[in-house]
Design a binder for this molecule. Sequence first.
Ligand code: KIV
Length: 292
Amino acid sequence: MSLYPAESAARSLKVTAASLQAKKRQGEKIACLTAYDYPFARLLDEAGVDLLLVGDSWGMAVAGYDDTLAVTLDDIVSATQNVGRGARRALVVADMPYGSYHLSPEQAVGNAIRLIKEAGAGAVKLEGARPEVIAALVAAEVPVLAHLGLTPQSVHRLGGYRVQATTEPAARQLLEDAVSIEAAGACLLVLEGVPRELAAAVTARLTIPTIGIGAGPDCDGQILVLHDLLGLSFRPRPKFVRAYAELAAVVRAAAESYRQDVEAGRFPADQESYHTPPSPRASGAGAGLTLP
Ligand code: KIV
């Protein structure tokens, strides 16, 4: 029973880590996407997407970096604020960028609190098997998504963006890491770039939901980078991406038509122009216009 019935009616519409865990128990799949700005966040929220991740993939999808390493906490704070204004129902998760949680649990807690207080995130995500950092965040009331497998912030150590945990010892290690992350209090686990069979085994083993990206269909939910889903990316399309639109072509064609219309004097037309109100005393071209 709620202490505050009116407020709880509005809150009950919001997706939370707890409601996503309930989805797993009920066998319902969880749909997640990345988002970085207000209009797309609003559209994805209206489309019923459960979780919007303000990923550090922003660095590659939006800012044009070659990897995610240069993304700053300020970048994520600003993008999360924009996404939060568009998301009424979806859980907004802020990614902790490289260097914002690697030094100590205290550093992680300080930066995560900024993402909650200043940016308005409902949870944060960090990469790697870091149960001690996750436990410190949970103790500070911060819901945490963990991220295992292909962790893009480890690109230098991994030597590129490759499928991970393809050997038996590596798969066993990932399963152990997943169990320790759940024990530390993580509320969800993102599995990226791992064999389908391993993702299925982790999903069966954990009580918290797994969210896959390049991890096959047996995870409890899926996430894609929005710009990949929309066909707005300039990189070769990886096998795990399904593009549901080809927006790059749509945008290029729209801009080209606009340029041609401007160059040919077809834009703006008279209907797209304002007119001086007619003067009762004058008629003809320029009628009603009083100029010094
Ligand atoms: O930064 C990001 O968008 C991510 C997802 C790909 C899971 O970490």
